[in-house]
Design a protein. Structure first.
Length: 431
């Protein structure tokens, strides 16, 4: 009955949210690219490539989840040389990152809308032997269709923020039937076991494996690319760099203002900003220039210029983790002017001291562990941000201690990818 009403109201909800989604797609560009896949329509080439494979369907919403999925795929391929997967993603940026890493053992598609006729068409083409959902995406029709077809369904690197948990409890009678369709839930912390059990998942199906995202194993950094770009702009590789990673609206101006004030004491200082959404780059460029900064975009590398820029604005996707390698200090975005926070792990694994604001709700357990263990610095406002950056620039021993402590915190998740992959391989179709 619940699914009946869900499917009855789904088209109405889709029409209600459609204008906002169209605006977002137009702003991010490339909205026509393979758009039929979102409605369960696949061309003959895709159908032919999938027809000869037993597929593992992995769904990852955007760039962060895609990174987790790719890391897991590498382990699954190591366990099974014949492993073949269909990786679906929702966003165009997620698709670009996934497609850049795809090979003959992986097909990258856009995820279908969770409306029952669309879901059924997707199942008919993909024909998965197991389905792996990354972090937080559990859709009613997809889960029910998997259960009806007796296809194992797992949620890996399961993420449950306090806000989502409260909302799920409020509508527990609606979401419990969907969560009961999960054959395995791989959680990041031991405390998460009880939280997921309270939402209707059987305890024997919940496994504490740690976080794939925090697992330091098999991290591949390529500093050659950013070093080459820096050289093309005339930026000295040894000059201190303040790096703003995955920033959101308002944070770029704060970093720019802090940077301006710090240059009096650190004249060789350089600011690099990597916004979470590259479609905001023109707006950010204009705002930073209004602060009196000489700003260049990463895509402008190779041109001639008389002096290095004050600020380099990254307007490409899929390179962020490599850029952390050239940073001196990293500020983690979506934590000062927006809520939720972004992933602090990549800069830590790159060996950089990390700062973030008061809003790290999406990574609350990790952020708390980092702060308690003196492994990262949490700031309250722009003034405290400036003070802590000054401290870390002046006291390099303190910066080294932060990094060492942070690596100790992440070591608790070592092997999480391998443990998750082993559990996934145990899931086999009952057909």
């Amino acid at each position: 009955m619940i699914r009946f009403f869900y499917n009855f109201f789904y088209p109405i909800g889709l029409l209600f949210f459609l204008p906002g989604q169209i605006t977002k797609l137009l702003r991010r560009g490339n909205y026509r690219h393979k758009s039929g896949q979102r409605f369960g329509s696949y061309d003959n080439e895709v159908r032919a490539r999938l027809s000869g494979h037993r597929c593992t369907w992995i769904h990852a919403v955007s760039v962060g989840e895609v990174a987790v999925a790719l890391k897991l795929c590498a382990k699954l391929r190591a366990l099974d040389p014949e492993f073949f997967c269909v990786l679906t993603t929702t966003t165009t940026t997620g698709f670009q990152v996934a497609n850049a890493e795809s090979n003959y053992r992986m097909e990258v598609l856009y995820s279908p809308l969770d409306f029952w006729p669309i879901t059924r068409r997707a199942f008919a083409v993909i024909r998965p032997v197991r389905i792996i959902l990354v972090e937080a995406e559990v859709w009613p029709n997809l889960a029910a269709e998997a259960r009806n077809r007796r296809i194992p369904l797992a949620l890996v690197n399961a993420r449950l923020s306090k806000r989502s948990e409260a909302r799920f409890h409020r509508f527990r009678f609606l979401i419990t039937p969907t969560f009961r369709c999960l054959d395995a839930v791989c959680v990041q912390e031991t405390d998460d076991i009880e939280r997921w059990a309270a939402l209707g998942v059987a305890r024997e199906r919940i496994h504490h494996v740690g976080s794939i995202k925090y697992d330091p194993a098999d991290v591949r950094l390529n500093p050659d690319l950013p070093l080459e770009i820096l050289a093309s702009f005339g930026i000295d590789r040894d000059s201190p760099i303040l790096f703003g990673g995955s920033t959101h609206a308002g944070e770029e101006e704060i970093l720019g203002e802090v940077f301006q004030r710090l240059r009096a004491d650190f004249p060789a200082f350089t600011l690099i900003v990597a916004p979470r959404h590259v479609e905001r780059v023109p707006e950010i460029h204009e705002r930073l220039e209004s602060l009196g900064l000489n700003v260049c975009r990463r895509s402008q590398s190779g041109g001639t210029r008389t002096s290095p820029p004050d600020c380099l604005l990254l307007d490409t996707t899929g390179e962020l983790q490599h850029w952390y390698a050239v940073a001196t200090i990293v500020f983690v975005g979506k934590s000062l002017t927006a809520r939720g926070g972004q992933n602090p792990v990549e800069p830590i694994l790159a060996g950089k001291p990390v700062l973030f604001g008061p809003h790290m709700e999406n990574f609350s357990a990790l952020a708390e562990a980092l702060v308690v263990n003196e492994a990262a610095v949490q700031v309250r406002d722009p003034n405290s941000l400036q003070q802590k950056i000054t401290w870390l620039l002046r006291d390099r021993e303190a910066a080294f201690r932060l990094v060492a402590n942070a690596h100790s915190v992440l070591a608790r998740h070592s092997g999480a990818t391998e443990r998750t992959a082993a559990l996934v391989m145990q899931l086999t179709s009952h057909n």
